[in-house]
Design a binder for this molecule. Sequence first.
Ligand SMILES: Nc1ncnc2c1ncn2[C@@H]1O[C@H](COP(=O)(O)OP(=O)(O)O)[C@@H](O)[C@H]1O
Ligand SMILES: [Mg+2]
Ligand SMILES: [Zn+2]
Length: 527
Amino acid sequence: MYQVIARKYRPQTFAELVGQEHVRTTLENAITQRRIASGYIFSGQRGTGKTTVARIMALCLNCEKGPTAKPCGECASCKEVASGGAMDVIEIDAASNRGINEMRELRENVRFRPARDRYKVFIVDEAHQITSEAFNALLKTLEEPPEWVVFILCTTESHKIPQTIASRCQQFSFRSVDFGLLVERMEYISKEEGITYDGEVLSVLAQAGEGSVRDSLSALDQAIACCGDRLEAAQVRELLGMFSLDSMGQVASALVAGDSRRMLDIVAELESNGRSLQHFARELARYFRNLLVARISGGTTRLIAASGPEQERLLTVATQFTEEDLTRALKLSLDLFRDLQSSLQPRLHLEMGLLRLVHAAKLQPIEEALASLGPVGQAIPPARPAAAPPPPRTQAESPAQPPATGDLRSRLHATLLEAKQIHLADAVEHSDVVESANEVVFTTSKVFQMFLKDASLEATVKRLTGRPVRVTVKIGEVGSAPPPSAPKPTGGDTETTERALSHPEVKRFQEQFPDAQLRTVRNLKES
Ligand SMILES: Nc1ncnc2c1ncn2[C@@H]1O[C@H](COP(=O)(O)OP(=O)(O)O)[C@@H](O)[C@H]1O
Ligand SMILES: [Mg+2]
Ligand SMILES: [Zn+2]
């Protein structure tokens, strides 16, 4: 009978355990010193060894030569525990119906001495799912535990274990297993199984597990089932929906080049190769995370789940970006990943996400731009100091001006962002907005048009304008409409405005920020 690899290679001794040294040492000492608690909580990510260690504990406690940290593996008790048939080692899956019944009978069950062995070991899996009735029974038992009872509660969600129970147990948290250890473990198992592979396969499988030994071994099983006993990285990657550093690197180089066109091609290629766009988005987020970590640490680090040569390649790419760039890219790619989870239009979302990456990269950090301006600060010299000044006016006070349409767009953008309607906000940002008495016309490209057809756009426009305007969406060249935003600054009189505009400091700003608009001029001397 075929046995899945994860089962077949379940460690039977502490020595075989991968990682979890802190758990191992403490338990070994406790057993050697005969300081056995009646309750343990093993918590942590799935597939990191909780059930495995619970069974090793049972072996240690009940071995005929024990209690010992090195069970013999030969005696009747050891053999029965290993095969899962030991009378006095009771495994309960708290999430199953059967488990619920078993927990109900618990108070009866614990009262009787073990049938043959030293201890009655109860291993409760998914312990956070125990019913409150069963927790009560457990609590009663833990308050006055018979000397022969040991409970081991295994859970991925230890915070759901009631405090009354937790405070009566010793807690151990199982850590996710380091990439290097995962690779080593799989190297060993592949050898035992007579599997050959090209160099990167183990790295791919270890990455797929994300710190869970079981998940990595399941991936190995899947790869063997699909590809036989000779594994190739490309095939295995495709099977698991993972992507090579090279394919991720294409996104990075398009980003460095500011090449929107290339981004769209990347999406087209993914689609025509039938790759999952959701997986791609997930991998992209992971990729930028790794680039950021590489950039920050500047060398190989165990914080990145990748081999030495892979880490070097990551670092080469990472140095082409600033830490700030990468933080921004990571944030955008995480947003993209989240949005793609529920998207009915994954392709559109992915395209837009990648374009946003390019656009965001083009935004020069404001600090940098300001720094390049040098010291700023000379006041505008008064031209006619004696002249009686007109009263100062701010934009809000200026009477005749209707709100500029450019303003509507930025207010819309801000409002939508605040309402977490990221895509709608983004589409608005990529549209020309022209406002008339009873209509607001959005002109935008095909990609963004989809997103504007959202009832909440009209609602938001109505709310912001305070009028029952109609919203129309047109496809067209963005930027071709006459610039809707008021190019003329408001406030101040013409003369002050002109003086302000011709001031060298202002001119420098305008050169540095060519798309910026001067909205308001105020004479500070007068306010
Ligand atoms: N720390 C580990 N060392 C070696 N193998 C492990 C480890 N953790 C998990 N495994 C492998 O994964 C399988 C499932 O592990 P298990 O202990 O049931 O995980 P958990 O109970 O934490 O979900 C085991 O049979 C074993 O093959
Ligand atoms: Mg388990
Ligand atoms: Zn034994």
